[in-house]
Design a binder for this molecule. Structure first.
Ligand code: 5GP
Length: 116
């Protein structure tokens, strides 16, 4: 079954798309955790980082090129931002189609929440 992000890529469900090229697409997160929260997604449906192969290197490298461009366009390149990729349960992954979170627009604080 197609992932929810493949449905976004295919315009089967709506989203606020901010960038698209031959390999990746980027759209605003439906539940933003920061003033700028954009998901950058390879068009190829790869479930998790564990499923990445060498042939995906071009598309996954493009995530960074797109991130830099989108950060600049959203005015957060100089102030800074965080790029995050979650994997499986302990990583907090909810959508099993690899994606990079681009978060910024405020100071994001420590990298991880503190736990005992
Ligand atoms: P994960 O936890 O898998 O790294 O992140 C999944 C992200 O996808 C979450 O931040 C969630 O808010 C976002 N998300 C889930 N469903 C949709 C959707 O239908 N549209 C958009 N734009 N974002 C979604």
């Amino acid at each position: 079954m197609a992932s929810i992000f493949t449905k976004i890529i295919n315009r089967e469900i709506p989203s606020d798309i901010v960038y698209e090229d031959d390999l990746v697409i980027a759209f605003r997160d439906i539940s933003p955790q920061a003033p700028v929260h954009i998901l950058i997604v390879p068009k190829k449906e790869i479930a998790t980082v564990n499923d990445v192969t060498a042939e995906d290197e071009m598309a996954l490298g493009r995530l960074f090129t797109a991130a830099a461009k989108i950060a600049e366009e959203n005015g957060i390149a100089a102030s800074g931002y965080r790029l995050m990729v979650n994997c499986n349960e302990d990583g907090g992954q909810e959508v099993f189609h690899i994606h990079m979170h681009l978060l910024g627009g405020r100071n994001l604080g420590p990298m991880l929440a503190k736990h005992d």
